[in-house]
Write a protein that binds this ligand. Structure first.
Ligand code: NAI
Length: 250
């Protein structure tokens, strides 16, 4: 009898309608988890993912919610707890870029990126905390970035938000560790999604060439680590930042 890695677990993924979040939802479903996911609008991607997940014979449901908004996040989590009864794994994936050199960066670009990327992690973690404390277990996985570690010209807002996620992750690991709640951050490098399609092809190829593994990452490369960090295989791993970057950042 083989047991799938996430069988019996409920996973919540934010910003899952496409890209890395979608791959995480599918990867966790394939590992046997039931999936609750959020995104900002109920568009074609959203409905397609909900259908694809449900066709796998697990329980899955999408919730329209803005992760940057505290009330909207609390409300989504409340509904999810009604529908699924518990949340074992929270994956804070929702994120955006508004790249600009500091000279040109507006207050709006700064605030939006900090709120969607960093405040969202506070909003969701706070909302699931009570139920994880009650069940005395949980795994929180925050999607940071290699540029949160290294910094990047033209991405001061994004890098600051991703570095902030790392500080938050380490603090929560220390604060909630005694209650058997783990918290880790993932730092992807260059992953092929809609987000990175915004970068001109020439620059993308040049980047990929500089990566020791000689290729861009795929969303599934990140999802595989999420499955591991969500599972009991990683029960002694907490407070860490793990790069998924083909050795781009060592
Ligand atoms: P993407 O743009 O393809 O997908 C992001 C998803 O998040 C979209 O479905 C979007 O609607 C949703 N979203 C945006 N704002 C939201 C909000 N306020 N509330 C709820 N959902 C929201 O981006 P991608 O590439 O899949 O990125 C996912 C995460 O991975 C982000 O946090 C990003 O910063 C991070 N990341 C991506 C890298 C890459 O190379 N693609 C590298 C390092 C980190």
């Amino acid at each position: 009898m083989s047991m799938k890695l996430l069988e019996g677990k409920i996973v919540l993924v934010t910003g899952a309608a496409r890209g890395i979040g979608k791959a995480i939802a599918i990867g966790c479903a394939d590992a046997g988890a039931d999936i609750a996911f959020t995104d900002v609008v109920k568009d074609e991607n959203f409905v397609n993912l909900e259908n694809e997940l449900n066709s796998k014979g697990i329980k899955a449901k999408g919730y329209v919610s803005n992760a940057a908004d505290m009330n909207s996040s609390a409300q989504a989590v409340e509904e999810i707890l009604k529908d699924f009864e518990r949340i074992d794994v929270l994956v804070n994936n929702a994120g955006i870029t508004r790249d600009a050199l500091l000279m040109r960066m507006t207050e709006e670009q700064w605030d939006l990126v900090i709120n969607v990327n960093l405040k969202s992690v506070f909003n969701l973690t706070k909302a699931v905390q009570k139920s994880m404390l009650k069940q005395r277990s949980g795994s929180i996985i925050n999607v940071s970035s290699v540029v949160g570690v290294s910094g990047n010209a033209g991405q001061a807002n994004y890098s600051a938000s991703k570095a902030g996620i790392i500080g938050f992750t380490k603090s929560i690991a220390r604060e909630l560790g005694p209650r058997n709640i783990r918290c880790n951050a993932i730092a992807p490098g260059f992953i092929e999604t809609e987000m990175t399609k915004a970068i001109p092809e020439e620059a993308r190829l040049e980047w990929a060439e500089k990566i020791p593994l000689k290729r861009a990452g795929q969303p599934k490369d990140v999802a595989d680590l999420v499955v591991f960090l969500g599972s009991d295989m990683s029960s002694y791993i907490s407070g860490q930042v793990i790069n998924v970057c083909g050795a781009m950042l060592t």
